[in-house]
Design a protein around this ligand. Structure first.
Ligand code: AMP
Length: 570
């Protein structure tokens, strides 16, 4: 095992890493640091999060930066505000014994004025999210003329989030760039493309398996509407009669409520959540472990550390926010050489997030139709027949009852007996599913879905260029479409525009759907519940001396997408 000294790192940095308790470099550090210190220009490091990537680029950056030159020399671009802050925090710790080097974080959702002030202090390392960085470039508040080193951290994440154009813009606007270091957990073709275009003969290092997906897990998903989530869960359970599974919810309230509702409806389920005492928790876990409980519903926190053999299904009642949590959840099944199934109930608004999970997980997820009521009944029926056929009749004294049974059933055919048994077992299912509705959210082609209020565009298509192949979903509730008199001529790029409207309205990006930008105007899809807050925050305000006009595009104001003529119009 090598040491940081052997990698050739500055003694002051080693003093800091020693204090942080870093005894030996991690694999990515061991492999990347000598390359990055050797003067190699371009570098690709394929490594998962948590492998020590920050130090892998942070230590070499600090080593080679010119502390005497008080202008930005290194730019680290990363996908989120959290990561941005974390990187800065670590770099601060590493440079504890170095003087004259400063680092600043610039990210959306915080005061741009304060960040501009920080930048003016003569920083050498800028850690930024793409949207805010472009905003600063456009405002001429940051000087990238002398940036020598650009680090793209979690490059795949940034591309998944639709930042490809912004990344390319940043790379194009760093004319003195000598080295580009790209770190990514996966290597999708778009990243290859960026690396071919902007890097020269990059040295590539892969740590661990890039594809870490567990091949013994089949990832499946069903697409439905938000209001059909519970029904869909029931269908999934009913369609898998031998299921032994864990259902994950995001909140304890959901876990509790769904558990109570399913119990009332005759399901064998209990909940595990933070409000239980240790004794209650042990009881539930004991029952689940010895299989006297078929289903467990849990929050991520409560399910921490559960290791139960033989789980057939993990069901994501709602998707987690984090890919790592998804991997953690799905890893409860498919253990010890068994095959497992991880099912996610997804609704249209979550498709963007879901595609991200799929991509980072690096395995293909299978979209399935939510079984119809008929499918469920058929499946249950055959399962019951299998159970009937495999019933153990070797123990009880059944033989002595046979003459009585023969007499009782003398006038009934074998078929009729079977029908009666089936009726007893299935009445509940047949009645329940007799007129059951189709829970699938069906894709419709653009042509036959003219009514925009019912068929907003998919939000996973936020990036440009996919134009006409875009499909639409039908769903209730959904998006409003807002018009605003700001566009690319106002100097916005898509990411900076997104950041601007979110900063102004104090909303999270999850509320947004597709953004369609033209020269002077833009159209924004936004969750119905959030649209008024956005209008209130922007309409009437000033942007660069111009009054912003924002309104609901479909309620009489100017409209962008195909607007159907009203009666009497056109
Ligand atoms: P990262 O992948 O950069 O987010 O790092 C993951 C975690 O590992 C962080 O908490 C680091 O402080 C820690 N770490 C990084 N390098 C080392 C090392 N060589 N020895 C021990 N811990 C480390």
């Amino acid at each position: 095992m090598t040491t940081f000294e052997a990698l050739g790192i500055d003694a002051r940095l080693i003093q800091a890493t020693d204090e942080l308790g870093y005894v030996n470099p991690t694999t990515i550090q061991e492999q990347a640091i000598p390359i990055l210190l050797s003067g190699t220009k371009d570098f690709i490091g394929l490594a998962q999060t948590g492998t020590g990537k920050t130090a892998a680029f942070g230590l070499p950056l600090l080593h080679i930066i010119d502390a005497a030159a008080k202008y930005p020399q290194a730019l680290v671009v990363c996908p989120t505000r959290e990561l941005c802050l974390q990187i800065v925090k670590e770099i601060e710790l590493f440079k504890k014994y170095m003087t004259g080097i400063s680092v600043v974080a610039v990210y959306g959702g915080a005061s741009i004025g304060l960040q501009i002030r920080d930048l003016k202090r003569g920083v050498q390392i800028v850690v930024a999210t793409p949207g805010r960085l472009i905003d600063l470039i456009e405002r001429k508040a940051i000087n990238l003329e002398q940036i020598k080193y650009v680090v793209l951290d979690e490059a795949d994440e940034m591309l998944n989030m639709g930042f490809q154009e912004d990344i390319e813009f940043i790379l194009k606007n760093t004319p003195a760039r000598e080295s580009t270091w790209l770190f990514s957990a996966t290597m999708p073709p778009e990243i290859r493309k960026v690396s071919r275009k902007y890097m020269k003969d990059p040295k590539e290092v892969t740590v661990g398996k890039v594809n870490t997906a567990n091949k013994s897990i089949d990832h499946q998903y069903y697409v439905t509407t938000a209001q059909h989530r519970y029904e869909t869960l029931k269908r999934i359970i009913d369609f898998n009669p031998g299921i032994y599974g864990i259902i994950f919810t995001r909140t304890k309230l959901d876990a509790q409520e769904i558990s109570e509702r399913l119990t009332r409806e005759g399901y064998d389920i209990d909940a595990l959540h933070g409000d239980l005492t240790q004794q209650q928790r042990d009881k539930v876990m004991g029952q689940f472990r010895d299989k006297s409980l078929q289903l467990l519903i849990a929050t991520d926190v409560a399910a921490r550390g559960i290791d139960v053999v033989g789980i057939t299904h993990v069901i994501n009642y709602e998707l987690p926010d984090d890919v790592e949590i998804y991997t953690h959840r799905s890893g409860r099944t498919g253990r010890a050489g068994n095959l497992g199934i991880c099912v996610s109930i997804v609704h249209a608004k979550e498709m963007y997030k879901f595609k991200q999970i799929e991509r980072i997980n690096n395995s293909q997820f299978h979209k399935l139709d939510i079984p119809s009521g008929k499918d469920v009944c058929r499946k249950q029926f055959f399962h019951f027949m299998d159970k009937l056929l495999s019933a153990d009749i070797s123990h009880g004294d059944y033989e002595s009852y046979v003459p009585m049974l023969a007499e009782k059933f003398a006038d009934i055919s074998k078929e009729d007996v079977l029908k009666r048994v089936a009726a007893m077992e299935f009445d509940r299912f047949l009645k329940y599913y007799e007129n059951s509705e189709d829970l699938n959210l069906r894709e419709r082609s653009r042509k036959d879905s003219n009514d925009r209020s019912e068929a907003p565009r998919r939000r996973d298509d936020r990036s440009e260029g996919r134009g006409d192949s875009r499909k639409e979903y039908s769903r209730g509730g959904g998006y409003s479409r807002l018009f605003v008199n700001l566009g690319t001529k106002d100097g916005f790029f898509k990411a900076s525009f997104l950041q601007y409207i979110l900063d102004m309205s104090d909303l999270k990006k999850e509320v947004l759907g597709k953004i369609d930008m033209k020269d002077m105007t833009s159209w924004i899809e936004i969750d119905k519940g959030a649209s008024q807050q956005m209008i209130r925050s922007l309409d009437g305000k000033n942007y660069k001396g111009r009054r912003i006009r924002m309104n609901d595009a479909d309620s009489g104001g100017p409209s962008g997408f195909v607007k159907r003529p009203r009666r009497g119009e056109g």
